[in-house]
Design a protein around this ligand. Structure first.
Ligand code: KIV
Ligand code: ZN
Length: 387
């Protein structure tokens, strides 16, 4: 793996993810999730927003002390007290990072009521201050995708000169589209002096359902850090889902030859745990981690999968750590699937008996949404009792 094709995975489940209304996690739950992220090979854990609350400060400090491999990052607005508080929390980490941001689009500039020059000055002061505390500083122009290009180039250059080591380009409101996401990164790499000395990151929200596509397009254009969350948790429609970008890069390595350090077999475990602790269930048909993501019900699909799994599966369930059966028994299931299921359950039935059980099975499947293993065992027992 060449270093230039290594994509850094920056997980913000505990910061941007936890900002979803109702997704608050307890201190212990945050520590547990951070430890799972570290174990799965996430490069950077954004652990929280230390100035936001005492609880956030305590969680970021504890995660900083606990992390074994990952860089631990805290978020700070472009204000000196925020940055100082953030540093107080992350400084305990083996590898700390300060992430400071300010909204640079016209709509966001109006909120602190700063003109372009005043904002540029603020960026220079705050990034310089952060860099004096920590040698790993990330800077984000919030709402970058709706910021004028000339101004964006100007402020990115200022942040780089002031010492930022990573420049994150947020699509804060999920407004961009893949071609534009790529063009923006390309434009910055071409126009900003010093752009080749820093890492460019992509941070996409999913308001139009394009977060994964936008993040991957940015990587193809030269971004080398993807910001994402487990299960795509995050404000409104969420952030880029970690499992989606990581598996897309793995499965389509032929056309996107980029590598991450993620142990993908840990994906399903952490996805389920995040769903539990955040109280945000994963939709059944969610890519990669949904309950149905690897399930086949129609007879044609089941028959195909039983003969050659590649007919209807582009990745193996085991690749994400899932060791469950991929056949869902229901009214669309065929005889081949029933025979395979019976054999899994330890029944070796002859053709006549299979025919009989199949008729009973179809009648039951018409009445019931899902047919469970216990139902099938009962059918076999019924069929045997009546012969
Ligand atoms: O979406 C966003 O702009 C953010 C920033 C704080 C990076 O989350
Ligand atoms: Zn965000």
């Amino acid at each position: 793996m060449s270093d230039k094709n290594r994509v850094v995975i920056f997980d913000t489940t505990l910061r941007d993810g936890e900002q979803s209304p109702g997704a608050t996690m307890s201190h212990e739950e945050k520590l547990e999730i951070a430890s799972l992220l570290d174990e799965m090979g996430v490069d950077i854990i954004e652990a929280g927003f230390p100035i936001a609350s005492e609880g956030d400060f305590a969680a970021v400090s504890a995660i900083a002390r606990q992390a074994r491999n990952a860089v631990v990052c805290g978020l700070a607005r472009a204000q000196i007290p925020d940055i100082d508080r953030c540093w107080e929390a992350v400084r305990h980490a083996k590898r700390p990072r300060i992430h400071t941001f300010i909204g640079t689009s016209p709509l966001h500039r109006a909120i602190p009521n700063l003109d372009m020059d005043q904002m540029a000055e603020r960026i220079e002061q705050t990034v310089t201050h952060a860099r004096n505390l920590c040698d790993n500083v990330q800077w984000s122009p919030m709402d970058a995708t709706r910021t004028e290009h000339d101004y964006l180039c100007r402020v990115v250059e200022i942040a780089i000169r002031a010492g930022a080591t990573t420049i994150n380009i947020p699509d804060t409101v999920g407004y961009t589209a893949p071609r534009e996401s790529a063009a923006l990164i390309r434009m910055l790499l071409e126009r900003v002096p010093g752009a080749d000395t820093v890492v460019f990151a992509t941070h996409c929200h999913n308001d139009l359902g394009m977060a994964t596509a936008n993040a991957l397009a940015a990587v193809e254009a030269g971004a080398r850090q993807i910001e994402c969350t487990i299960n795509g948790l995050g404000e409104r429609a969420g952030n880029t889902a970690l499992e989606e970008v990581v598996m897309a890069l793995k499965v389509r390595h032929d056309i996107m030859p980029f590598d991450t350090g993620i142990d993908t077999t840990k994906i399903i475990g952490i996805s389920r745990r995040v769903a539990q602790v955040s109280g945000f269930p994963v939709q059944f048909n969610k890519a990669i981690v949904g309950k149905n993501a690897f399930l086949h019900e129609s007879g044609i699909h089941q028959d195909g999968v039983l003969k050659n799994v590649e007919t209807f599966e582009i990745m193996r369930p085991a690749d994400i750590g899932l060791n469950e059966t991929n056949i869902a028994m229901g009214k669309h299931s065929g005889r081949a699937a029933l025979r395979a299921k019976l054999s899994d359950l330890g029944y070796d039935v002859g053709d006549n008996q299979l025919k009989d059980i199949f008729v009973r099975f179809k009648a039951l499947a018409d009445r019931k949404k899902e047919v469970y293993d216990e139902d099938i065992v009962a059918l076999v027992q019924d069929a045997s009792a009546n012969t």
